[in-house]
Write a protein that binds this ligand. Structure first.
Ligand code: FUB
Length: 338
C-alpha cells in the first residue's frame, strides 16, 4: 500500500471515529480510569518517541513518567495534573514505565506501575500519595514476587483489593511458569492451554502481595481452557476487572489479533468464561482499556493511534459509553463505526 493510500485510509477512519482524543498536547495510552472524590481520574501511560525502532519486544515503548488527568464528569475536559512520578525517582527501575493503575484506601492513593530493572526484567512497583493526582512517592523496591506488566487493581465489595497483571512477549509473561522465570520458556504450544493473567490479593498496607500470585483460567463455552492457538480469544495483556450485577467481568487485550474481550466469573480468582468482544481493532498495534461507572452510566476508556498518523507507540486515550444487554452481555463497540 502506498503512503498516500495509508494516509487516505487514516483520514477516513479519523472521520468515522466514534470519539476524539481526550487530550492532544501529549500522547497518552492504556488509560486506567477510576472515580475518586466524585471526579474521574485517569492514570495512563505517557507515550514519547525515544527513537527506538518497532520490534515484538516493545522496546519502542520507552516511556519515562506518568501524568494523571482529572475529568469533573464524562462531558468535561480532561485536565492534565502534571507529572505524578518520573522513572529517575524510582530507585529500582531503569526504563519503560508501561501501563499503570491506581487505587484508593483510607484516604491515600496508590499508583501501581511496571518498569524494567537495569537487567531488563519487568517488575511492578508501588508509589503513594495523599491526593489522587499525586505526586507519588515510590517505594524503594518493587513489590516482592511481582513480575511482567499491566497491573490493574480491583477493590472488591468486602474492601479486599486484588491486583491482576501480566502481558506476553514484550511483557515477558511467557517466561514464567508457577511464578518462576526461565529464559527458555515461551508461549505454550498451540494445543496447550493459553497463559492467563495473574491475580494476587494485596496486603493491608497496599504495598505488597498478601499471597502468592495465582494464574487465572479463561474457559471456552464448553468449560475447557482457551487454547494458546486461539489468538482471537486468548489472553495477551491489559487485564481489567469490574463488577456488574454481582458478576466479575475480566476484560483484556488479545494482543496480536487486536481485540478487547471479556470473560465472566463468580469470584475474583475465576475461572472466567469467555463471553465476547468489547471492542474491535483500533488504529495502532496495541489496544488497552479500562471500564468505569459514573452517575449510573458505564464508560470504556481506550486508546488509538489516529492522532499520530498511525504511529503505534504514540497513542491517544479516548472514552465512549459502554452498554449491556438485558442478560449482562456487553455490546461490541466498533471504534470507527460499523
Ligand atoms: O504501553 C505499553 C504497553 O503497550 C502496555 O503495557 C501494554 O498493555 C500495551 O498497551
Amino acid at each position: 500500500m502506498s503512503d498516500e493510500t495509508v494516509e487516505t485510509d487514516l483520514q477516513a477512519l479519523a472521520a468515522r471515529a466514534i470519539s476524539k482524543p481526550l487530550v492532544t498536547h501529549v500522547y497518552t495510552a492504556d488509560p486506567s480510569a477510576h472515580v475518586f472524590d466524585g471526579a474521574i481520574y485517569i492514570y495512563p501511560s505517557h507515550d514519547i518517541d525515544g527513537g527506538v525502532p518497532f520490534n515484538d519486544n516493545g522496546d519502542h515503548f520507552c516511556m519515562e513518567d506518568y501524568h494523571v488527568f482529572r475529568m469533573a464528569s464524562p462531558d468535561s475536559d480532561a485536565v492534565d495534573c502534571g507529572v505524578a512520578l518520573h522513572v529517575k525517582d524510582v530507585p529500582w527501575a531503569e526504563r519503560q514505565m508501561w501501563a499503570p493503575d491506581a487505587a484508593c484506601k483510607g484516604g491515600r492513593y496508590y499508583l501501581y506501575f511496571p518498569a524494567k530493572r537495569a537487567n531488563g526484567i519487568f517488575q511492578i512497583g508501588t508509589a503513594v500519595a495523599d491526593r489522587p493526582e499525586g505526586p507519588f512517592t515510590p517505594e524503594p523496591e518493587a513489590i516482592r514476587g511481582s513480575y511482567s506488566i499491566d497491573p490493574a487493581v480491583h477493590q472488591d465489595d468486602d474492601d479486599a483489593y486484588y491486583m491482576y497483571f501480566g502481558g506476553i512477549w514484550g511483557g515477558q509473561l511467557q517466561k514464567y511458569r508457577k511464578n518462576t522465570y526461565a529464559e527458555t520458556h515461551e508461549e505454550p504450544l498451540a494445543d496447550q492451554p493459553a497463559l492467563g493473567p495473574r491475580v494476587a490479593k494485596l496486603s493491608e498496607d497496599m504495598k505488597q502481595f498478601a499471597e502468592t500470585p495465582r494464574e487465572v483460567v479463561i474457559l471456552d463455552e464448553h468449560g475447557r481452557p482457551l487454547l494458546a492457538s486461539d489468538h482471537d480469544r486468548r489472553y495477551f495483556e491489559g487485564p481489567w476487572m469490574h463488577k456488574y450485577q454481582g458478576k466479575y467481568y475480566l476484560s483484556y487485550s488479545t494482543g496480536d489479533t487486536h481485540f478487547l474481550c471479556y470473560a465472566t466469573g463468580d469470584n475474583p480468582y475465576g475461572p472466567f468464561t469467555y463471553q465476547g468482544k468489547i471492542m474491535t481493532e483500533v488504529v495502532g498495534w496495541t489496544t488497552h482499556h479500562s471500564i468505569c461507572a459514573f452517575a449510573g452510566k458505564w464508560y470504556l476508556f481506550y486508546h488509538d493511534s489516529i492522532l499520530s498518523g498511525g504511529v503505534t507507540h504514540l497513542r491517544s486515550m479516548k472514552m465512549t459509553e459502554l452498554h449491556y444487554d438485558e442478560h449482562g452481555k456487553i455490546l461490541t463497540i466498533a471504534p470507527y463505526g460499523k
